[in-house]
Design a protein around this ligand. Sequence first.
Ligand SMILES: Nc1ncnc2c1ncn2[C@@H]1O[C@H](COP(=O)(O)OP(=O)(O)OP(=O)(O)O)[C@@H](O)[C@H]1O
Ligand SMILES: [Mg+2]
Length: 262
Amino acid sequence: MSYPKLLDIHNATVYRDTKKIFDGFSLSVEQGQSTAIIGPNGAGKSTLLKLLSRELYPVVNDDSHVKILGMERPVLWELREKIGLVSADLQQGFVPEVSGLGVVVSGLHNSIGLFHYQDVTESQVDRGRQVLADLGIENLANRPFRQMSTGQQRRCLLGRALIHNPDHLILDEPTSGLDLNATYHYLNTIRQLLQQEKTILLATHHIHEIPPEIKRVVFIQSGEVVADGNKEEMLTDRWMSQLFELPLSVTESNGFYQVLPA
Ligand SMILES: Nc1ncnc2c1ncn2[C@@H]1O[C@H](COP(=O)(O)OP(=O)(O)OP(=O)(O)O)[C@@H](O)[C@H]1O
Ligand SMILES: [Mg+2]
């Protein structure tokens, strides 16, 4: 049996406001094929992930498509159950008064905060508490979002993304702004999810946040895929220096990579 691709972008044109970001952009990702999207600021990584989360749409054109899990017009709430999302945009837009538990449970309503008119069932609250416990952040259950540190907020948002137990996760720079301890815990959680065969699409310009379990790397520069392949072949001095247009030196240790000025 063959599964539809998680993401199948063919020849897409994408605008943000009046600016054309992608012109004839193509990329596909199989289910189970966790991939890191790397590129400098403004390269188009978040734009790519927003196509997948349907926050952005391509220009309609006969010779182009964006299919998600085989569907050109996926039903949004079905998509939210199958694909979890964590991004800085989501974090910034969040309702500040919501508690940690509220943040997590809001994933069931696809809202950015819980409001009075949404009925929350006891079983939903139980599920929310379970997710907080799985992430080791039960202590944040009653804390308002605005009183949390960046890392605590990020971990609650990961809980929100996980409440449906989705098969796939979109992570846009998950560890930016996190301290070493928070990064460590976050990476550990992500590695566990990868070991449970979830597909993770990770956009970053920090190569140290690519877990060893992610094998495929795609380089994006100025709205174009400039290279695509196995991590060991891609994360080299030569390729990284070309991508960031700087002399760089890459080292590897226990499956994690580091980059330094050469
Ligand atoms: N709302 C917007 N209107 C116009 N242009 C935008 C808008 N948002 C982003 N862009 C432009 O789209 C391009 C791609 O941005 P994108 O956010 O996808 O980059 P990125 O690779 O995620 O960068 P970063 O590493 O800084 O997060 C950039 O040139 C950016 O200036
Ligand atoms: Mg971005």
